[in-house]
Design a protein around this ligand. Sequence first.
Ligand SMILES: [Fe+2]
Ligand SMILES: [Fe+2]
Length: 371
Amino acid sequence: MRHSDFRALFKLALLSSAIGATGSGLACGGVVDTRGGGGSSSSGGSSTSSTSSSGGSSSSSSSSSSSSSSSSSGSTSSSGSTSSSSGGGCATGNAPLVDTYCCPEGTSCPNVAFDDPKSPKKCTVDCQRLCDAVAPGASAFSCNWVDDNTLSYYCGACGIGRVAQGTPDCPLGESLGERLARQAYYERASVLAFEHLLAALRAHGADGRLVARAQKAAEDEARHARVFADLAALHGAAPMPLERATEEPTLFALALENATEGCVRETFGALVTLHQAANAESAEVRAAFAAIADDEAEHAALSWDLRAWFDEKLAPGERARVHQAHLRAVERARHDAAAPSDALGSALGLPAPARALHMLDTLMHALQQAA
Ligand SMILES: [Fe+2]
Ligand SMILES: [Fe+2]
């Protein structure tokens, strides 16, 4: 899809949500039906943070100003990142199966691990039990089988955008400066994600235009990181350091990342960026989001073009798993969009939950129609 197509879709979603989220009869008009993959229910309601991405980065707002320390009490060793904010944990990563994650027989567990048909199931895993172990207080969102004995998990509302799995989560922060520094952190995380993607595109002989677009996206994200780090510095804050992961992701892992982070989080983030560019309270914050908005629309377009490229490279079973992961990512984004925001969310120009949800649903519905 072209960059200009995305700009048109974003305009549609913003206009539609301006009408639909204000209580008119159109409020549910654009809801995308994702019940075919992973269920339509989100675990919203217990989440205490709302996260909206701005391209490869994230601006989050919490419903409470209190913040607890990072915590992880998994009963088994796991790889991933965990942090806790506003009374709810956040963690992504992989963990081996232990019996305590299993949904007890005769019990109804509403949020269970998505089944990989190639893996013999040892039990039906209850994602909430897994999340209670690795990120106490997090509202579980999803977990999936990776292989016979390993689960990936995504618990609570973590930083979003094009962020590779295992990227340490950055705490929400309690001041505007800290939120801007967090934005800069996730912009940097996006640089690393695009660099991994770029290496894979080159290694697998991708078309030169795709390679050039990924290269430019990495450069864009580095510039975005500087924009927000400079603005955070004016407010007395600095981004947390971020190290490049040494392990190069597989092509399948990158396809999953593109379908979830790129085609959902970064795509919705690009739309939210436009909202922030128009609605942030201060002129300097509006200008910062305006400076990255057009780049982010192009990154969204790139994600959807990359989806087609990955589809050609993957085996049919892998393609099906990527598609399922995409549907679950949409549900996860709806869960985050519907969570309440706070005063800092308003300062950053984040849409209120009803509007955010309407924007997301309208955009995803339009993209489904166009794909
Ligand atoms: Fe960005
Ligand atoms: Fe981006």
